[in-house]
Design a binder for this molecule. Sequence first.
Ligand code: TYM
Length: 333
Amino acid sequence: MKRILSGMQPTSQLHLGNYLGALKNWVAFQDDPNAQCLYCVVDLHAITASYEAANLANATREIAAAYIAAGIDPDKSSIFVQSSIPEHSQLMWLLATMAQMGKLERMTQFKDKAGKNAERAGLGLFAYPVLMAADILIYKATHVPVGEDQKQHLELARDLASTFNTRYGVDFFPQPEPVIAGVAPRVMSLRDGTQKMSKSADSDMTRINLTDTPDMIAKKIKKAKTDAEPLPENLAGLDGRPEALNLITLYAALADKSKEEVLLHFAGKQFGQFKPEFIDLAVEKLSPITTRMNEFMDDPAQIDSILSDGSEKARSIASEVLAKTQEIMGFYS
Ligand code: TYM
């Protein structure tokens, strides 16, 4: 039996990178009869950066709405909020005693987010990957579908699982497998093909959000950076052309095709011919998700009820795993 766990932060709108790099792949797991899927909104991670307290609960609902709108079916998967399961934070502390500072210091996401001001970064930002390991291990998850940028964090989770097992002489936590799948595990900015598409980039023109209207999608694609060359007939012809590669990758991922197939279709054409087709495809694939998301957001009570059901199922696993972990560690009970 596989157990699948993943999550997204309610920091701001989800974008095409979140959707193609992760969420779209989560949906596929639901039809595996041997897989149990758990998808959470990681609000405790979101507060490691500055955030609006007045907006957090709504942003959390919005991510849940995006999950459902993108095809996560609450009858097949448990959808829940990280902070509603206190066992995540409890296991985090236990794992924190085994996490090495040196390894945490090497985490590229910490270095990027802390920037030059690492001395003033919060302990929560530093310990972020330990909480992520707890999110995974508290369910003894076997598979974790994420975008490529989470690979290093997953390595830490694997490391902590084996450190625990070795230290206590048990075979308790499985090694969680990162599942970095699909055509677009690393979606790049629309304005700079060497930078990751990200929620934190200053300009909204760098990303397509799941809440964008068709007009906004069209405007962003029209303004997306390209080069002057026509599209090549094979992948080798995209070498050194990061923006062209990114747009072809996005097209392929949205069309459920390979990049090679997309290139065969566009070989020799200019971006002026590619972009209108890309706009039509993006609007066709994304606007039903946006519409469903908006419908769910108009009915927060329904989202709350889905989250409450999901939380009940998740908690029954988490409380058992925590109790067993504490027993292995020798705690008084
Ligand atoms: P977050 O909220 O930054 O991103 C959510 C998911 O989207 C993927 N992603 C991308 N994929 C491709 N291209 C991009 N440009 C891009 N940007 C984001 C991320 O890889 C991720 O899969 N630490 C995690 C959240 C987390 C988590 C967990 C994930 C907390 N606990 C446990 C899995 C399991 C994060 O910050 O994701």
